[in-house]
Design a protein around this ligand. Structure first.
Ligand SMILES: [Zn+2]
Length: 303
């Protein structure tokens, strides 16, 4: 049970880390000064975005591709069409010399050309952090994204760590007026987990609350990245703003999690999702297969 032991140690490290003791609410409040005048805008439904832009519906279960090729053929990517969404196999380079993709860039596979949203972060193999890991307290029991914790990502991840736009796009959600959850909110969540939700919509609403302060970026063609549990949103980020790949959009935290109001605990991490229409990258796959799809999206090859 080496793995289990390592996980247990890791959990201890995650909850007793040496990260700054200042409560995220205070820091968030300080960092949010100047943004408070802007009204929070409701998120635009993903489906709407997908319907508007998706000339070729992307199906996560069809995204299982061959391992990423060396990043030396940026021009060989062919525009995919509705009949053959998988024909492009070239990996878009992540170097700064490559012009950032735009939502209008139809030349690029929409599920490639991303960067890891925290500089230097290792894309963990720890199953609990991967898409489709079980979440017993969730309605559907499934983790829909990728977690970046300091101990697994092997880089510092605290309230000051920069979260980067994984790809160029347009901000469609920025919770500028977010209010942290309270113990009463958490008790409400627990009552649902115990007694069940009254509707799918209610379950979805609670899941959204659990994701805390969020930024969503629309990359076109039904592909959206989500950044959750933020402690703060970067200056200038608001709905409608165009962001470039690598631009700082926010800072990690634990918003939406019970640790946010417990000064003795922390759960600082970035929850990151690549959404495809109403689903997510790797949906229906095993966690490790979903991880492989993320590696492919990031242009990372492993032995
Ligand atoms: Zn997560």
């Amino acid at each position: 049970m080496i793995f289990a032991a390592a996980a247990a140690v890791a959990v201890v490290q995650a909850t007793n880390s040496d990260t700054p003791p200042n409560p995220p609410t205070e820091e968030a409040a300080a960092l949010a000064v100047g943004q408070s005048g802007q009204a929070q805008q409701a998120a635009q439904p993903i489906a709407q975005s997908a319907d508007a832009d998706a000339e070729q519906p992307l199906q996560p279960e069809q995204q299982e591709q061959t391992p990423a090729q060396p990043m030396d053929a940026p021009d060989s990517a062919e525009p995919s069409d509705a009949d053959e969404p998988q024909q492009s196999e070239a990996v878009a380079p992540v170097s700064s010399s490559q012009p950032p993709a735009t939502p209008e860039d139809e030349q690029q596979d929409p599920l490639q050309g991303f960067i890891v949203p925290i500089a230097g972060a290792h894309v963990t193999e720890y199953e609990g952090h991967l898409p489709n890991a079980t979440r017993t307290y969730r309605n559907d029991g499934i983790h829909e994204g990728f977690d970046f914790y300091e101990w697994a990502a092997r880089v510092t991840i605290d309230y000051n760590t920069e979260i980067l736009a994984a790809k160029s796009g347009v901000v469609i959600r920025a919770d500028l007026d977010y209010v942290d959850i309270t113990p009463a909110d958490w008790a409400r969540f627990e009552s649902f987990w115990e007694d069940g939700f009254e509707s799918d919509q209610q379950a979805e609403d609670v899941l959204d609350e659990l994701r805390g302060r969020q930024v969503w970026i629309d990359h076109g063609r039904g592909v959206v990245t989500r950044y959750a549990h933020l402690s703060a949103i970067a200056e200038g980020i608001a709905v409608g703003v165009e962001v470039q790949q690598g631009q700082v959009i926010g800072y990690p935290g634990e918003s939406g999690q019970e640790e946010v109001y417990d000064p003795d605990k922390n759960d600082i991490h970035l929850h990151f999702e690549i959404r495809i229409g109403d689903g997510w990258l790797g949906q229906g796959e095993t966690p490790l297969t979903a991880r492989a799809l993320y590696l492919h999206a990031f242009g990372i090859t492993e032995d």
